[in-house]
Design a protein around this ligand. Sequence first.
Ligand SMILES: Nc1ncnc2c1ncn2[C@@H]1O[C@H](COP(=O)(O)OP(=O)(O)OP(=O)(O)O)[C@@H](O)[C@H]1O
Ligand SMILES: [Mg+2]
Length: 243
Amino acid sequence: MTASSHPVVDLAGVSKSYGDLTALRSADLVVHRGELLAVVGPSGSGKSTMLNIMGTLDRPTAGKVRIAGHDIDELRDRDLSALRAATIGFVFQQFHLARGVPALDSVADGLLYSGRGRAERRELAERALRRVGLGRRLYHEPHQLSGGEKQRVAIARAVLGDPPLLLADEPTGALDSRSGAVVMELLHELHEAGTTVVVITHDRDIAASLPREVRLKDGRIEYDSALGDAPAGELVAAEGGLR
Ligand SMILES: Nc1ncnc2c1ncn2[C@@H]1O[C@H](COP(=O)(O)OP(=O)(O)OP(=O)(O)O)[C@@H](O)[C@H]1O
Ligand SMILES: [Mg+2]
């Protein structure tokens, strides 16, 4: 089997507990290359927990996690970091741009450990910024950028090394609807260019506009549009309320 025939993400019976709190319960989720999917659910339902596990930022308490065909149980932290760096880009609600650093450097710094020289890093960063429509903001610092522009810088940084998987945790959560729409359009473009994109969102319209929707409730996947029409809510109700 070639690497590209594996699912990008394969979670099997994945749970995550913090003490006696179970944030994620027996999640089964397969994401194939080229998908664009929304993860939705109430606050505290386990969305970020699941995304962080898909992103290999966290290891599960139970279950199997395979990323691009690699069983993460079998990887030491160092190899896991290498897999993450080569495979996954992250975008968060708060853009995580360092104060006082121009956009070009913020993005180029994403390649600090890539073995490329400074000039090449900056050239690639400039290309990525142009790709997200910020060719005229290369030297702007975060305080000189709008929220939507800051998020586009963060996306440029995330996709700089062309990772096959982009994980976005509420990328439009801090933006007005117009800037949010621009960011979503950008995620659609990246998807069309071949990137697999997983987006956590609170926005029902955004979720409904994506090809696949996964709903979490009380740490459980209660609906996955890829699996057809599961009876939403019944599973959780049957257990008499989990928390
Ligand atoms: N590091 C942690 N230690 C203890 N509990 C945690 C930790 N991280 C998350 N939790 C708990 O796990 C549950 C799920 O959290 P998670 O952040 O995944 O929710 P979420 O769906 O992303 O919510 P939101 O929409 O508010 O971001 C919550 O009850 C949260 O308090
Ligand atoms: Mg969250």
